[in-house]
Design a protein. Sequence first.
Length: 372
Amino acid sequence: EGLIKEAIYKNIADHIPADSLVIFNNTKVVEARLLFQKPTGGVIEIFCLEPWGGVDITHAMMQKEKAKWKCLVGGASKWKSGLLEKQIKYNHETISLYAKKVEQLTDIFVIELSWKPADVSFVEVLHATGLIPLPPYLNRQAEQTDIERYQTIYAKNEGSVAAPTAGLHFTDAVIQSLSNKNIRRHFITLHVGAGTFKPVKSKTMEGHEMHSEWIDVKKETIEHILHAHSKNIIPVGTTSFRTIESLYWMGVKAFYDSAISIKKMEIKQWDVYELADKTINTQQSLQSLIGWMDERKMDNIIIPTQLLVAPGYVPQIADAIITNFHQPNSTLLLLVAALVGDDWKKVYDYALQNDFRFLSYGDGSLLWVNNK
């Protein structure tokens, strides 16, 4: 309780009990920034945030011929109308890429991207011409090396616009040290959206709209979490934490309504607080979720979550979290405060006084939940 110890990241396995289950997010950052040059010389930047029309990211990445995305547009005032076009060299052929404004939604746009030849997938288009979207506070342009450096070594499923940076610390040697101690590893996918950088500006949580992100979890992984419920379950990063906690609340929904539709299974911002008096144990929840998936012959669940974790939230699955040090006025710091209570101030004071590095390429922490 309140005890702070300092160690070197390569020795993190020394601080995790044997037989623990560590959950990693294996999402992969895509080159989501597209630059178009207008005939007049001006540059328009299109930053693809998420698919339009409820298409999940896994399928959106594989779309052929055209795709609609919600995008930020840099230089939007210079783009009054008409198609933007660029020619891209890719695998000994030329891809013609076009962008058309469909509609404006406050500060973002719906953009239709289309390309020829039509048999190329959207993710191949991004690989051919896109840039990695680095966090704004790095204050530098993306470089070729970022395609590898701004990824975890286990990144696999493409779809994020930001890396789950707690995982950047995990080298092959660190992962081997976990195995040597019989610490098991499993993977979930949460595709990190640009909303992760959205500051909390309101004085109360009611005034903040939490961003929604797609998760993709195999039934087999849920079964492993179920069988590990009496062990320590430790997510790497806030994304892995929010994913496994979302699984619990989906299980609660399935427990009370086994016929619930997948649309109603989505975790909305306030769902978990409205369901707080309906909590069941982890086994009941995950068994209900697995049963619900079995009924529908689902091998994995692909669904958006808007789970907001703030002080007052009681973790249902996670026993600890491995995470970096976050900036003030962020939902990430709210999540840390929810897990460790007022001790978060002690942790952050210690980090500041001892010159720890913050944010994406910064130092990390292993924080144990104290309100479960």
